[in-house]
Design a protein around this ligand. Structure first.
Ligand code: KIV
Length: 275
């Protein structure tokens, strides 16, 4: 994918975890998006996005499943290998699929595969207090980890649907405790999905590590959305927090640029995207 040419002319060096921590401390919003192939990876890189996630959302938007549960480690590795060829500047984050981190040893083996075979720089796993030991084990092996809290799509069958989390006081307090425990265990980033904006702001204030939100309000350190949602490719009802950036933009590249600029300037998410 002409990566050597991109490197030669790249005006800004590749993003790493230190870049993201600096952005948090300087109040610069972090822009993140999903990608699943090399062409879109190049496009989102050109659009100026900071972090790219090969998310298990690919189970729904690429494979056509109803949930992310059927996605396998091999699926994520396959898509990571494609995405990494298209990226120069963004930091590459990969999802650990359902049941690929049920024990510390399994989590380590699979995180290593995502990094060595897929080219991921950080792995993301869903979970609260129950995942603290696993995050600690990965961190003790110098693996960068993003802990995903709030709505955890891999738990959809246990929870009974995709719905806003942390609305009740006790649940909000538990999420705050979990976020702090995961940071204490060595999580480098916390991702919050589908929670009240007030709770998103409180957790972001309480943590030193960068906090990325999706439907978690405007005060998180950064935002992430599913690429196909912002390009209006996904059919059916879109989540409230999502926005179609193709409106008013002539091409996918312009739409992703508009998303990145809206996150940086704080115009996305608006009140209509928040809980
Ligand atoms: O799988 C995914 O794309 C995700 C984002 C929605 C955060 O986890």
């Amino acid at each position: 994918m002409y990566k050597h040419l991109q490197e030669r002319y790249a005006p800004r060096p590749p993003v790493n975890i230190a870049t993201l921590v600096k952005m948090k401390s300087e109040g610069e919003k972090i822009t993140c998006i999903t990608a699943y192939d090399a062409s879109f990876a190049t496009l989102v890189d050109d659009a100026g996005v900071d972090v790219v996630l090969v998310g298990d959302s690919l189970g729904m938007v690429i494979q056509g499943h109803d949930t992310t549960v059927p996605v396998t480690l091999s699926d994520i590795i396959y898509h990571c290998r494609a995405v990494v060829r298209g990226l120069y500047r963004p930091f590459l984050l990969a999802d650990m699929p359902f049941m690929t981190y049920a024990s510390k040893e399994q989590a380590l083996d699979n995180a290593v595969r995502l990094m060595q075979e897929g080219g991921a720089k950080m792995v993301k796993l869903e979970g609260g207090a129950g995942q603290v030991d696993i995050v600690e084990f990965l961190a003790s092996h110098d693996i960068a980890v993003c802990a995903h809290l709030g709505l955890k799509p891999q738990s959809v069958h246990k929870v009974g649907g995709f719905r806003v989390q942390g609305r009740e006081e006790a649940a909000a307090e538990q999420m705050m405790r979990d976020a702090k425990a995961l940071q204490g265990a060595g999580a480098d980033i916390v991702l919050l999905e589908c929670i009240p904006a007030k709770l998103g702001a409180e957790i972001t204030m309480a943590l030193e590590v960068p906090v990325i939100g999706i439907g978690a309000g405007a005060q998180t350190d950064g935002q992430i959305l599913v690429l196909y949602d912002i390009l209006d490719v996904t059919s059916g009802r879109k989540p409230k927090f999502s926005k179609n950036f193709m409106t008013g933009n002539a091409s996918p590249l312009e739409a992703v640029k508009a998303y990145a600029q809206a996150v940086k300037s704080g115009t996305y998410p608006g009140p209509e995207h928040c809980f």
